[in-house]
Design a binder for this molecule. Sequence first.
Ligand code: 48F
Length: 258
Amino acid sequence: MESVVSSGIIKSYFDKLDCSLKADAAVVGGGPSGLLAAALIAERGYSVNVYEKNLAPGGGMWGGAMMFNTILIEESAASIAEESGIVLTPGDEGYYLVDSVQATAALINRACRSGARIFNCVSVEDLTFNNNEEVNGVVINWSPVLQRRMMVDPLMTGAKAVLDATGHPAEICEQLTHKNGVRLSTVSGDVAGERSLNVELGEKNTVEYTGEVYPGLFVSGMSACAVNGGYRMGPVFGGMLLSGSKVAGQMIQRIDKN
Ligand code: 48F
């Protein structure tokens, strides 16, 4: 029996890994914006890989604010939240109150059910280029390898569209600019870094700055704010869902063209 258990796991994982080597989309970071983007792209029939460096996807959504596990979602994102299975309770001033654990679990569930391949404990440590003109894949490694600074070479997987959904650090955009000196189509041409907290402007910035910042490379959620110098917005999550939805549409357009 022991060998049946091990063999089932190994075959299933390696099948998934093998199928992921050439995907339509690669989503780096399993926070709310990345999970929703992955689900929406996969639900349209495209192949999607999600790489999440931690054991559990969900990013900064689980803990609510200061670990009080309630978050807020505004009216403009209510329909996306509900269609994702998030339970909304009306609060004040047009905001809904949401159990952050239920909401995070609902987004993970939607992404898993969409057919997106989720690789947890896997970090994206770099990008690949096509003639230095467009991003066409990601460079992956086990998170513990990177955490322990082991000298182990990575693997590469191809994608027609790559999403930096790594949240506040905008790690993939940082890699692209620092290693290659390229200019992004952001406000400064570089990774500006996010501004201090302003709920209203932060929500607005997250959505308006969502998009393609270099051929083949897109940003969503807090990465979109971070690369463009947008405001941080705190425990309000409607902008993350609207951003994930917006970037999914843009990535599908690029995938269709390629
Ligand atoms: O930060 P995060 O939740 O991303 P988001 O979609 O949402 C932001 C909100 O949660 C919150 C907020 C709302 O007011 O400010 O912070 O922008 O999730 C980012 C995910 O990316 C993973 C990280 O572990 C987290 O789960 N991640 C970061 N870098 C890498 C990565 C990497 N290099 N490779 C793989 N995963």
